[in-house]
Design a protein around this ligand. Sequence first.
Ligand SMILES: NC(=O)c1ccc[n+]([C@@H]2O[C@H](COP(=O)([O-])OP(=O)(O)OC[C@H]3O[C@@H](n4cnc5c(N)ncnc54)[C@H](O)[C@@H]3O)[C@@H](O)[C@H]2O)c1
Length: 421
Amino acid sequence: MSSDVIVVGLGYVGLPLAILAAEAGHTVTGYDLDTGRVKRLLAGESYVEDVTDARIAAAISCGRFNPTATEAELGAFDVAIIAVQTPLRDGAPDLSYVESAIRVLAARLRPDATVILESTVYPGTTEEFAGPLLAELSGLRPGPDFRLGFSPERIDPGNRSWNLASTPKLVSGVDGKSLTAVRAFYDSFVQRTVPVATPKVAELAKLIENTFRHVNIALTNEIGMFAAELGIDVWAAIDAASTKPFGFMPFVPGPGVGGHCLPVDPVYLSWRVHRTLGKRFRFVELANDINDQMPQYVLQRLSAGLNTRRKCVNGSRVLALGMAYKRGTGDTRQSPALSVIDGLLRMGAQVRVADPHVVEETSVDHQVVRVDVTATELAAADAVLILTDHDEFDYQVVAEKSGYVLDCRGRLTAGSVIELL
Ligand SMILES: NC(=O)c1ccc[n+]([C@@H]2O[C@H](COP(=O)([O-])OP(=O)(O)OC[C@H]3O[C@@H](n4cnc5c(N)ncnc54)[C@H](O)[C@@H]3O)[C@@H](O)[C@H]2O)c1
């Protein structure tokens, strides 16, 4: 069955979803306030790794995908998806983007239409915030008059094994009819939907997934810092522990966490717990503390490494490999690599940076020189810092030509010129 779909927010989540729904035969209007993004889409150009230019051009040319930044161009819909950002403001959830998306949709809401929230939110948002606001603005009730549900996005940008279609999709609704409608929509283009009893279960499930990752990364970062002081190779120890076929899942140290999810989502949960129960979520607070201090730890380690070589950070030429928050993406939001680069600049280093995925020139300070990773660049650097282990870097050349490497991602083997974080 083909539906008229509106996707509000064409970012890392909304764009892949809009294209996949269009490819499944739905007629999708993609609405985004960012005129620059819409212009690029209309020119058949993608800004998200997981969606190719060809797919965008094909979806537009067959009339199934219509990106727009003009609210007046939006009509009525059968299904609407909200995929706008949900950041923090002053340490608390900022639902203002969700609210503005709801206002746009409420004006076009018809009986029996379906509204689905995909943005990551705290438990209770769909039933206690989205539903009442839609009802107040439209005069229609969620459940009896229109369908409402929550389906968290699990997309992992750059992941080649799991994508939007192959990753099981949690679906929920405020009542049975809503669940059926939400599920039917996703069943038209994902391989497997997993229904859960209420939107709160789905909202919490999403936050459990991200908090689990956040806490385990912090645990491994703390173990890594102690192991370095104890003179033990933590990477080898993690590899060894990973041979246990049950009860263990490997996480590796790194320069910190970034992106839109890990630095933010656990706080949505701890905020909700504190707000509703008056209790502190100590695991989340501790994980935040540890992960936040990692860029500073990287600077300390680099400083110590240069010191061993009778150099100091001030005046040294440092070549940083990677700006994105993780491998395979050009997303620099809250990237720890940028914090490290800022710290290096403050300490007086001459910073040069290579990142084949990051196209925006605005990501780093103008003092930073963008370069390609060449043998000459590597040899001229006092220190090479691997901050994001993109597959495009030639690690053999990095190992052969560099005088000193601090590898924060465990991509190289430790040796006389190579240190692992
Ligand atoms: N990026 C990820 O890997 C990922 C994974 C899972 C879940 N999520 C969650 O999905 C949501 C979206 O994340 P994202 O990374 O796609 O964000 P994004 O910032 O890339 O995209 C959001 C888009 O929404 C647009 N927007 C905001 N308010 C709008 C409005 N009222 N009308 C129209 N457009 C509007 C913005 O201009 C922006 O282009 C967040 O809640 C995030 O936590 C993200």
